[in-house]
Design a protein around this ligand. Structure first.
Ligand code: HEC
Length: 152
């Protein structure tokens, strides 16, 4: 019971992460990474809605969506954060560059957890197993944002 509750909270947090964002006026690398994050957010939202029963459960769609998330993780993510790129309206924290090791690890974790989810969904795993793996992906969003994103 407790585990399922925690999973529900993570899914809700993930949906919120994907729900509302505004990046009006962003240009260059800041816009590029906001677009990448938005793409991640959309995929997370579509998976989350499926797991919450708002849309029909379809592992093949989850496989594609988690693959897209994985493609935006790891080095594809860190390369969008050249040192000191803090141009407005960025929400990136300067801590990214003072704690680059941790930031890169989290980008790697996003990719690894998304690939785990992709594998499970590709095997046609049941909803409960897939929800567990999705919770791990969502946890990486939350922990990285808490450490490295300044909410404006
Ligand atoms: C390795 C760290 C990291 C991980 C992991 C991460 N993010 Fe982000 N995210 C950031 C940072 C930093 C920003 C702020 C970027 C900026 O404003 O320049 C951000 C911004 C965003 C935004 C706002 C984009 C915009 O247009 O302003 C969304 C949406 C988002 N992330 C969704 C997600 C979701 C969903 C996940 C998990 C599947 C995730 N992120 C995982 C670091 C991360």
């Amino acid at each position: 019971m407790k585990r399922r509750y925690a999973g529900g909270v993570l899914i809700a947090a993930a949906l919120m992460a994907g729900a509302a964002w505004a990046h009006g006026g962003a240009t260059g690398i800041v816009k590029e990474r906001m677009d990448a994050m938005s793409a991640i957010g959309k995929n997370v939202k579509s998976i989350g809605e499926m797991l919450k029963g708002k849309s029909a459960y379809d592992p093949a769609t989850i496989e594609t969506a988690s693959g897209a998330i994985a493609d935006h993780g790891g080095a594809a993510l860190t390369k969008l954060f050249p040192e000191g790129s803090l141009q407005a309206p960025t929400e990136a924290s300067p801590a990214i560059w003072s704690d680059w090791t941790k930031f890169s690890e989290m980008a790697g974790l996003l990719q690894a957890s998304a690939l785990d989810l992709k594998t499970l969904a590709g095997q046609g795993a049941d909803k409960k197993a897939v929800a567990g793996a999705f919770g791990k992906v969502a946890a990486t969003c939350k922990s990285c944002h808490e450490a490295f994103r300044i909410k404006k």
